[in-house]
Design a protein around this ligand. Structure first.
Ligand SMILES: [Zn+2]
Length: 216
């Protein structure tokens, strides 16, 4: 029988001696009262783009869903297994979260695969190919542009993917109704893992820009 990974146990020991011991009370009260996260974040599985780290949030603050390339599928009540839709439903209907951030990131492997016309399935199920099919129309248009470099294509689709996910969020009646009432906010963000820069989406134009530097 293989043993539990040492590096994870070492990390856990460090967590118990550090963060858990300083936040013991917070954990205890969250256990008693339940979670009341202020924001839902839909992010990529990529190990370099963890929302809790990037936004420096503690336990109980963010309700996070991560999947390949931070995609939200369209509302499809078809009886199939929809993990992201289930999490969204729970966040909005049960936790009453009224702020959702879709966060993409630079050098996303899922986006890269979507842009590669010769990408071979990684397994017979081709789960990633199917999943990234959500972006197929956009990926095709970008692939066809000979005016862009491959780096430009990559960033363009990373950001289009964020806008696409936000558009799909609006296909869920629970999100749409609340947004139309003015009580739901949808945001886009893109994290550049090489520089640490965070770019945020202008809700009116869909353009991405650096927010004003924060001052103390
Ligand atoms: Zn990614």
């Amino acid at each position: 029988m293989s043993t539990f990974p040492d590096n994870l146990l070492a990390g856990y020991r460090s967590f118990m001696g550090g963060r858990y011991s300083t936040e013991r009370e917070r954990y205890r009260s969250l256990a008693e009262t339940g979670q009341e996260p202020h924001t839902m974040v839909i992010a990529c599985c990529d190990s370099r783009a963890a929302p809790e780290t990037i936004f420096d949030c503690g336990p109980g603050e963010l309700f996070v869903v991560r999947n390949v390339a931070n995609l939200v599928p369209p509302h499809a009540p078809d009886g199939n297994y929809h993990s992201t839709s289930a999490a969204l439903e729970f966040a909005v209907q049960s936790l009453k979260i009224r702020q959702i951030v879709v966060m993409g990131h630079g050098r996303c492997g899922g986006i890269k695969a979507a842009l590669d016309p010769n990408a071979e399935p990684l397994s017979p199920g081709d789960f990633i190919g199917q999943w990234m099919g959500l972006l197929k129309p956009a990926a095709q248009q970008i692939q066809d542009s000979s005016l862009m470099t491959s780096g430009e294509r990559q960033v363009a689709l990373e950001r289009i993917s964020i806008r696409n996910s936000i558009a799909n969020l609006r296909t869920f009646p629970c999100v749409k109704i609340l947004e139309d009432r003015g009580s739901m906010q949808l945001h886009g963000a893109w994290f550049d893992i090489s520089s640490g820069e965070l770019w945020v989406m202008d809700p009116q134009t869909g353009d991405f820009g650096r927010p004003d530097p924060l001052t103390d």
